[in-house]
Design a binder for this molecule. Structure first.
Ligand SMILES: Nc1ncnc2c1ncn2[C@@H]1O[C@H](COP(=O)(O)OP(=O)(O)OP(=O)(O)O)[C@@H](O)[C@H]1O
Length: 252
């Protein structure tokens, strides 16, 4: 079974068909890239997959469950987590608490238990601290756990966003331009981290990226989007050598 099956997905804003009859099949455990020129509709597809927008047409099936048109919170509970092109951390919270916000998505204790600080609250909070530190270690961020998130360098904020997304326990992780603003060393490190997450968290990853080194280095399959439509789909090397893709995107 595939982790993600999307068919005939469309949305218009006024007269603009931002996404037009989009389709994709992402296998379980795959590292899949969504690429294309600026304004092609890539982030809009992430917004459709995560319930930020409701499609005008089409269906989105996650691991066999139809999640089309559901609310973001329910889609997250069904197993989809994402990061954003413009980092969206809780900047005034600590690095540790940013990850714990993700862990809280699983309703670890009732509101009453939280307000009254009942014994279960303390036990669960301790367990969440341990889990959050474990996740931060994956990204080499545990040593900064008490820093304010806004005080981390840009590249580390991006990693923290991935850690927070993982904390919600997803099956499918959507990364929107994870290497944006990173230098070549940080990007190379990020590639290793993304592979590590896929291999060790049993994760399926769909990512949007303009950095072709990252795309060709870690993505097994690609979909190229142009003016909201699928221009080309298939194995990475074949797609990157496709004359239409070179003309519409890579030759820019
Ligand atoms: N809420 C909205 N209202 C109106 N137009 C929108 C909205 N969201 C996106 N669009 C338009 O849809 C088109 C696709 O935008 P989108 O951000 O998905 O492109 P993109 O491929 O992610 O681009 P980039 O690589 O620059 O991030 C653009 O023309 C954009 O202006």
């Amino acid at each position: 079974m595939n982790m993600l099956d999307v068919t005939h997905l469309s949305i218009s804003f006024g007269g603009l068909k931002a996404v037009d009859d989009f389709h994709i099949n992402v296998k379980k455990g795959q590292l899949y890239g969504l690429i294309g020129p600026n304004g092609a509709g890539k982030t809009t597809i992430f917004n459709l997959l995560t319930g930020v927008y409701k499609p005008n047409a089409g269906s989105i099936v996650l691991n066999g469950n139809n999640i089309t048109g559901k609310r973001s919170i329910d889609i997250n509970k069904a197993g989809v987590a994402r990061t954003f092109q413009n980092i969206r951390l809780f900047k005034d919270l600590s690095v540790l608490d940013n990850v714990k916000v993700g862990l809280h998505n699983n309703n670890p204790y009732s509101t009453i238990e939280g307000i009254l600080r009942l014994p279960r609250y303390h036990k669960v909070e301790r367990k969440m601290d341990e889990r959050a530190i474990e996740l931060l270690k994956v990204f080499d961020l545990d040593k900064y756990c008490h820093y304010n998130a806004s005080n981390l360098p840009y590249g580390q904020q991006r990693k923290l966003e991935i850690a927070r997304a993982l904390a919600t326990g997803p099956k499918l992780l959507l990364l929107d331009e994870p290497a944006a603003g990173m230098n070549p060393n940080e990007t190379a490190e990020l590639m290793d981290t993304i592979r590590f997450v896929r291999d060790n968290f049993d994760m399926t990853i769909l990512l949007i990226e303009h950095d072709m080194k990252l795309v060709s280095g870690i993505c097994e399959e690609l979909t190229v989007l142009n003016f909201g439509q699928v221009l080309c789909q298939g194995e990475t090397a074949a797609v990157l050598n496709d004359p239409e893709v070179i003309k519409a995107y890579l030759g820019e």
